[in-house]
Design a protein around this ligand. Sequence first.
Ligand SMILES: Cc1cc2nc3c(=O)[nH]c(=O)nc-3n(C[C@H](O)[C@H](O)[C@H](O)COP(=O)(O)OP(=O)(O)OC[C@H]3O[C@@H](n4cnc5c(N)ncnc54)[C@H](O)[C@@H]3O)c2cc1C
Length: 366
Amino acid sequence: MCDVVVIGAGIIGMLSARELHNAGYSVTILEQGETARESSWAGGGILSPIYPWRYPEPINRLAAWSQKAYPGFCEQLHEQTGVDSQWIRSGFLMLDVDEHERARDWCQDRKIPVANWFGESLQAREPELSSMFGRAVCMTDVAQVRNPHLVKALHKSLLDSGIKIREHCPVRHLKIQQACVTGVETEQGLVTTDKVLVTAGAWSGELLQHNNLVLPVKPVRGQMLLFKARPGLLKHILLWEGRYLIPRADGRILMGSTVEDVGFSHAVTEQAAHLLCEKAVTMVPALESIEIERHWAGLRPGSPTGVPYIGPVQGIEGLYLNTGHFRYGVVMGLASARLVAELISGTEPTMPASDYAPGSLSEQVG
Ligand SMILES: Cc1cc2nc3c(=O)[nH]c(=O)nc-3n(C[C@H](O)[C@H](O)[C@H](O)COP(=O)(O)OP(=O)(O)OC[C@H]3O[C@@H](n4cnc5c(N)ncnc54)[C@H](O)[C@@H]3O)c2cc1C
């Protein structure tokens, strides 16, 4: 019997397992498919909420904590595993004219570096940007990671540190006796444990339903396009009308994303490709002649307000959640993993935990 069974090997499950291992627990992760092939692979890796001033404090609190920790974390992973997560401080250039003042004030209140660029100075900083944009606000310290590299490094570091990951091992339901967790029933048999952490991403709500527990986490599809551009075409992450372009170190540019309520479908659509392509070319006309190398979709773990559920489920001893990170699981992940490990081990939480408390799940939360 291991100390903690973690259900789901996405970024949240892996980061949580790492924190629990560092706190002295023996941890096994059960994954229904392959490690980190779902939302955590598919996402953009922008280390900031988009339009952060529109989000509640509990989201920005987790993001801010993680943003500080990310450079050291990626460096450590690189040293341990030889895999570079490509943490790059690209800056976040926001082209939505009507929010300039709000953005600037929000950043200044929090002492977050922010710059206002106009006309020629904007064009000089981002020469391929369409001339229709005469003005932009740049959050100059915002960084990105390359998701597939980050999760590969993380996976390797977990295996090297002795954390067990059982792939192709779907959990059917939890074993709960007299309001205490006693194990999980998987397609490969019963795994006994007195502590279970659910990090099953978009599937978390569906999984808990099998135990008549109600958690409003559901899949929200996001489609992405990858342009095979040359290195240096873009310098910053660009954001306009909710769509973004992310320049990777090798020149490839990611265009995202759609936000679609279509259940558990990973299908990609012509309509989304057309929309994303049109937006991309409006921002950066040079993309019109650049090949689209790939088009994919991921399922975000959508929660009603985007605030994740972190901590013990009231009334069921040994059941914990770290799920529902919706659009920002990468940037919130380091902080939420630290917090859930603190709540499991009973150490003083790094940040106020009550904003994320799952409650009893016996009726609709959120
Ligand atoms: C298109 C797109 C763009 C995004 N961009 C960003 C961004 O720029 N910045 C950012 O911070 N976030 C971004 N996100 C969001 C971020 O990717 C997610 O919030 C995050 O990956 C969620 O991680 P997770 O581990 O909870 O979920 P997942 O990565 O989906 O992992 C959950 C895992 O649980 C497994 N599982 C489910 N049910 C079971 C079961 N019954 N038994 C065993 N295993 C199970 C699944 O197979 C899966 O591997 C984006 C997401 C998408 C889709």
